[in-house]
Design a protein around this ligand. Sequence first.
Ligand SMILES: Nc1ncnc2c1ncn2[C@@H]1O[C@H](COP(=O)(O)OP(=O)(O)O)[C@@H](O)[C@H]1O
Ligand SMILES: [Mg+2]
Length: 242
Amino acid sequence: MISFQHVSKTFDGKVKAVDDVSFTVNPGEIVGFIGPNGSGKTTSMKMMTGILNPDEGSIQIGKYDIVKEPLKAKQEIGYISDNPDQFLRLTGLEYLNLMADIYGIAKEERGGRIERFAKEFGVYDVLHRQMAGYSHGMRQKMMVLGALVHEPEVWILDEPMTGLDPESAFVLKQMMREHADKGYSVLFSTHVLEVAEKLCDRVVIIRYGKKLFEGTLEELVSRYHNQSLEEIFLEMMNHEGI
Ligand SMILES: Nc1ncnc2c1ncn2[C@@H]1O[C@H](COP(=O)(O)OP(=O)(O)O)[C@@H](O)[C@H]1O
Ligand SMILES: [Mg+2]
């Protein structure tokens, strides 16, 4: 589970990127973290993964506080950052082996997993090529595989569908569902509301670093008198408060 409690973060003493945000992702849940560009999603996720420190508040990953026990907390996390342009000098296979080494996955265990995931994502044939020569979508797929190869309990996926072809997006959504159904927690961000539809058990909506809503999509729709999700989202983004 992820527990994000009263977390704030200000950049350069002026931009309050995240402003007293609290929510939880329970075991067995997929939660969509939704907001327009610049609303604080990436900053929140970087604090959950220990890349940035919060100014205020506390963040718990499973049993561990990410600030107080970062190594233990990070062992529980599979993270896809918003930038797939990393480790480009490595081949896909070298990158996946690096990730498996970092998380201590035994050689016998990783081979089958890498092969299965790579085939499901249609990147098996390019595993021996340098990632610098990959398309954006192929790099994104490799980041997804790298994050998942150690079967972490908590998935934190920052805009994971961006650049994926429809088949791979479908596979990833299925993987997210299966992961949650094992009793693990999945948080993913998106600025595209339709991506959240059908997939999420609950959503957290933020704007200008402030949480506007946390709950199921059904609760959201009934609160807004059964307008379409698109209308609701636009209304929420255009009005002050809720
Ligand atoms: N390293 C940084 N330095 C200064 N401002 C930043 C930095 N990272 C993000 N911001 C600002 O924080 C706000 C939230 O950004 P971000 O978390 O990336 O939003 P999102 O992921 O929802 O698009 C934006 O106003 C952005 O310009
Ligand atoms: Mg972002």
